[in-house]
Design a protein around this ligand. Structure first.
Ligand code: UTP
Length: 291
């Protein structure tokens, strides 16, 4: 079955980026001049996805406004003859049509995905987290779709994380599979959410890209809340693995953790350096800084 739909959970509280996220969604913070959620939606579209579902929460109106038509701004830009800017602004609202669904309380990533069930229906779908910005020659979601098409199972994106940082992630225990993806695919045997460094079953950390079969919904409905009252996706995935095969895939590309202050700064600097209109002036500026 073709992957047509993608869910973007964007109802988290973003506490790691406070105070910037007190009154604005972290998904709207700009990397250079574009909100992080736009990078992720562009990745999905470049991977052939044309049904976008954003899970929003309280205080997330700016996301809807960003992808909506802005008549007033367009009229002003037009009257001032700013055609380049006008085209840029119009391109965003013409980009794609988006469905929104609300998660009334931030009850965890698993719960956010469950809220999208009526809009996804009974078909496999992608999940993309705006926290993870991935720079890749072939869009990460497209790589994941290829693995899904080969194995016809849910697929989790992973990357190698060395050292104690592994305990910030969900971690898989898996067996390498021989297929055409150059040793990057694993059959998942178990998953652990944020293990102690000494107990991590591998150095393969789950990051924010998933292809999920629709059976995940039934499983999430049965997944209890954790001590913090949240339904964890990792716990749902453990139950899913008992019912059907689950694969992990070590994607090709570079990931930035834009949900964290240091990761956000690194992404900002590297994306600015890559821009044809800013990169060389910005590099000159960085070179003359004295630390
Ligand atoms: P995070 O674990 O990064 O949580 O969520 P968070 O609340 O957004 O941020 P911090 O940790 O407090 O800084 C991972 C993804 O799941 C979404 C978030 O929006 C983010 O894309 N999420 C999380 C929801 O949509 N709903 C939730 O209840 C929790």
């Amino acid at each position: 079955m073709k992957i047509r739909k993608a869910v973007f959970p964007a109802a988290g509280l973003g506490t790691r980026l406070l105070p910037a996220t007190k009154s604005q969604p972290k998904e709207m913070l700009p990397l250079v001049d574009k909100p992080v959620i736009q990078y992720v939606i562009e990745e999905a579209m470049a991977s052939g996805i044309d049904h976008i579902i954003i899970v929003t929460g309280r205080g997330k109106n700016a996301i809807e406004d960003h992808f909506d038509v802005s008549y007033e701004l367009e009229r002003i830009l037009e009257s001032r003859g700013k055609t380049d800017l006008l085209e840029q602004v119009q391109a965003i609202s013409k980009m794609v049509s988006i469905a929104y669904v609300r998660q009334k309380e931030a009850l965890g990533l698993g719960h956010a995905i469950l809220v999208a069930k009526p809009l996804v229906g009974n078909e496999p779908f992608a999940v993309l987290l705006g926290d993870d910005i991935i720079d890749a020659e072939v869009p990460c979601t497209q790589q994941m779709i290829s693995v899904f098409e080969k194995h016809q199972s849910s697929v989790l994106a992973t990357q190698i994380v060395e050292g104690p940082d592994i305990s910030r992630y969900g971690v898989i225990k898996g067996q390498a599979v021989s297929d055409e993806f150059s040793g990057r695919t694993y059959r998942v045997e178990d998953l652990v959410e944020k293990p102690a460094f000494s107990e991590a079953p591998s150095n393969l950390a789950i990051i924010g890209r998933y292809i999920l079969t629709p059976e995940i919904f039934e499983v999430l409905e049965r997944t209890g809340a954790d001590k913090g009252g949240e339904i964890q996706l990792t716990n749902g995935l453990r139950l899913l693995r008992e019912k059907q095969p689950l694969h992990a895939y070590r994607f090709e590309g570079k990931r930035y953790d834009a949900g964290d202050k240091l990761g956000f700064l690194k992404a900002t600097v590297e994306f600015a350096l890559k821009r044809s209109d800013l990169g060389s002036d910005f590099a000159d500026y960085l070179r003359q800084l004295r630390f």
